[in-house]
Design a protein around this ligand. Structure first.
Ligand SMILES: [Zn+2]
Length: 51
């Protein structure tokens, strides 16, 4: 899965996997180191919508 940048501040996102299948992360959380937002990953798809 390609790691995108934070939609809020364009900062780097780090992925914290919860459930993996081989090399694919199915569930996890993307954390922004810059603005401290976090975004869920469900079914391998990052949900980067701003809440
Ligand atoms: Zn950010």
């Amino acid at each position: 899965m390609k790691i995108l940048c934070c939609p809020a501040c364009r900062g780097d996102l780090s992925l914290e996997p919860v459930r993996e299948d081989g090399r694919e992360v199915l569930e996890g959380t993307l954390h922004c180191s810059k603005c401290k937002r976090s975004y869920p990953v469900r079914d391998g798809i990052p949900d980067l919508l701003l809440g």
